[in-house]
Design a protein around this ligand. Structure first.
Ligand code: ADP
Ligand code: MG
Length: 672
């Protein structure tokens, strides 16, 4: 069994009858029932199933009434952004807002893509990957991006985590490029750029793109160190023909990249188009499409200058830009509008002939998925968090006595692996890893490759952060996907876009510092409509004044679940679920400055000790460090533990016979 493929995106299997990845509920399913009953009670509109039956997947058979109804059911809202922003100046804002809404034909079934004259190979790749029914974001945006009449617009999309945004931008892009692709064997120059904030997300998008673009002649490449997009910087070398596994370690090549779609982080790409003697990037005149995945991060101050530089280097008047995220605030929206219009001005494109700028929102803006159970756990102190996490990993007998069935329900007092643990900083992730690395025993026996050399078993708990090398990072990602690693301790590096299909839970060991960060961390579970995901957030007395944004997201998500208000347990034993209303009422509001400081620097007691800190501050920060033992005690313990492990392995090796055993310890064996 290839567990990597099972956890990977798409099932990789051909569908037969009921055997479909699409058996998962759509992300809006949590609140679907409510809207169904609401509609049947009015008796005015028919249910979605009926639409599917009577439209037979055809694109052009929906009347405006039907489209309105589909948009309502699937919580789709498409708006002409320029018209909407003009509406701000008028008295009758509500009417103008309504007037700026659009009702284009939705894509009710992937089979309807035929009507859009989609590349046949692309369509069969889609079927091959096991995708049968489009998700809400695909229903709404695919027809927008491949219009049969009129022009492709610029687009800003806000849709929940795990709702299928990647496919929504890849399908129209691959299709468009395949239409103008002359020679299957000749590649370059690059015609589309996809930007993403982390290397891990770049790799994931490339892998997804390659599966969809297989045999279409469209080449998708991850940007690698040494690649160049411009001949003015380096003389043309041999074109890179890059179909190697992108998980491999990056190799140095100093050649002009030959690919149709290039996926990159902003900084690497900017380096590649900026001559060493100037700060100005060279023009990317062939780029027809620029896609910003996790756009709010890419336009956040950290990446903003780099992203905008690349955007303005794309000088093709035909450029179409699209921005995608689960959380796009009004400031990013305004920045998008102003960037698009100043681009048009500088390129001499008159506003009348400029393409439309549309916004598509799926579900409630900036909210967490309704299919995730949220738990806020008060631990008072840092030490309490460690105990709380150990309890989640290895519940005490009193907690486990609730039968094995309880372990599989969201209300169970412990988490089934695999799960992710987020900390505020790299050093805290390292400290937590050092505390926990012996908490789950490694596999009882392990693979060996040669008579003389034994291969170390892969620890069940691992650490991933941006200071690790590229090879180590991709190995850890792979082992987590394979189910060899059960618990992955990480920072916000993994909070965006990463799709581990079977992740059962997320633990915020340190509270996230913005509501968006909470939405994205929690969104690593419950992907593609999967039920049973749990997001646990520990908080201490130092966090209380920062908790309101998180509690608000949880409360909003509870509302969309349509469930009764949770009692919240006693608020101290770690088993209370959700946010009780008394807690939400009691939590203080954050000032603008406090919010900004929290976002930029995290909770202050968890920041590293500074030279300027006085004795009292140092003691306070010391108390908030992870771990209960001194460095010396830890070293002695680690050495002793290492010796025990080594001796145990030697003994087992001896009894099993070297080179004969496969991993088998009766525990968790990867994702299903
Ligand atoms: P997002 O970018 O919105 O967070 P992804 O694009 O990463 O979400 O997709 C999340 C998961 O949903 C992936 O595993 C993907 O394979 C799956 N998925 C996407 N579209 C569909 C679909 N139409 N049917 C079933 N699964 C889908
Ligand atoms: Mg994504």
């Amino acid at each position: 069994m290839d567990s990597l493929r099972l956890l990977s995106r798409g099932s990789g299997r051909r569908l037969t009858g009921k055997d479909s990845v699409c058996e998962d509920k759509r992300p809006s399913a949590g609140s679907q029932q409510a809207s169904d009953s609401e509609e049947s009670s009015t008796g005015k509109k028919r249910k979605r199933a009926e639409f599917e039956a009577d439209t037979n997947g055809k694109l052009d058979e929906c009347t405006i009434e039907k489209i309105r109804s589909i948009q309502k059911q699937q919580k789709i809202r498409i708006t002409n952004l320029r018209a909407l922003h003009k509406a701000h100046d008028t008295d009758n804002r509500k009417a103008q807002k309504e007037a700026s809404r659009l009702f284009p034909q939705p894509l009710q079934k992937f089979s309807a893509l035929r009507d859009l004259d989609v590349n046949h190979t692309l369509l069969s790749n889609l079927v091959e990957q096991g995708y049968r029914e489009p998700t809400e974001v695909q229903v709404a945006t695919i027809p927008l991006l491949m219009p049969r009449h009129g022009e492709e617009p610029d687009l800003l999309t806000v849709a929940p985590t795990g709702s299928g945004k990647t496919l929504a931008f890849l399908i129209p892009l691959i299709n468009k490029l395949s239409k103008t692709h002359q020679d299957k064997d000749a590649h370059g120059p690059v015609r589309a750029i996809i930007l993403a904030p982390t290397k891990e997300l770049v790799v994931q998008i490339v892998n997804e793109g390659r599966k969809l673009a297989a045999k279409t002649g469209i080449r998708v490449t991850a940007f690698k160190k040494g690649m160049r997009l411009h001949e003015d910087i380096l003389s043309v070398g041999q074109g890179i023909s890059d179909e190697s596994d992108v998980d491999e370690e990056t190799q140095y090549t100093s050649t002009i990249v030959k690919a149709d779609i290039l996926v990159s982080t902003p900084l690497s790409l900017l380096h590649a188009i900026t001559p060493t003697t100037s700060d100005d990037p060279l023009a990317l005149s062939n780029i027809q499409n620029l896609i910003l995945d996790e756009a709010d991060v890419l336009l956040d101050p950290l990446f903003r200058a780099q992203t905008l530089s690349i955007w303005s280097a794309c000088v093709n008047p035909e450029l179409r830009s699209s921005l995608w995220s689960a959380t796009i605030g009004s400031s990013i929206e305004e920045l998008t509008i102003s960037t698009v219009s100043s681009r048009h001005k500088s390129l001499g494109i008159k506003s009348k002939s400029a393409p439309l700028l549309l916004r598509c929102i799926i579900g409630l803006k900036d909210s967490s998925l309704p299919n995730i159970t949220h738990k806020l756990i008060y631990t008072s102190t840092e030490a309490g968090k460690l105990t709380g996490l150990r309890q989640l990993i290895r519940p005490s007998p009193s907690n486990t006595s609730t039968s094995s069935k309880a372990a599989t329900t969201p209300s169970a007092p412990f988490l089934r692996p695999p799960f992710l643990v987020f900390t505020q900083t790299i050093s805290r992730a390292e400290a937590l890893y050092n505390e926990l690395k012996y908490d789950i025993p490694p596999p009882s026996s392990f693979t060996t490759t040669a008579r003389t050399s034994t291969v170390e078993p892969i620890p069940r708990i691992a650490l991933l952060h941006s200071s690790l090398g590229a090879t180590a990072r991709s190995k850890i990602m792979q082992n987590f996907r394979l189910g060899k690693i059960w618990i992955l301790i990480t920072t916000d590096l993994l909070s965006r876009g990463i799709d581990f299909r079977g992740v059962n839970g997320v633990v915020n060991y340190d509270i996230p510092t913005t509501s968006a960060s909470y939405v994205h961390r929690a969104g690593r579970t419950g992907r593609a409509g999967r039920e049973g995901g749990v997001c646990v957030t520990f908080y201490t007395k130092d966090d209380v004044s920062y908790l309101r944004p998180i509690a608000t997201v949880i409360a909003k998500s509870q509302k969309t679940q349509g469930g009764a208000s949770p009692d919240g347990g006693d608020g101290t034993n770690g088993l209370g679920s959700g946010v009780p209303s008394w807690l939400l009422d009691a939590l203080p509001h954050l000032t603008k400055n406090k919010k900004k400081d929290l976002k930029e620097r995290g909770v202050d007691v968890r920041r590293g000790v500074k030279e300027s800190d006085d004795k009292k501050e140092r003691r306070r920060k010391g108390r908030n460090m992870i771990g209960t033992k001194s460095g010396y005690e830890k070293k002695v313990q680690d050495r002793r533990q290492g010796a025990i492990e080594g001796s145990r392995r030697r003994k087992e090796n001896h009894t099993n016979g070297v080179g004969t055993e496969e991993e088998h310890d009766g525990g968790f064996e990867g994702f299903d």
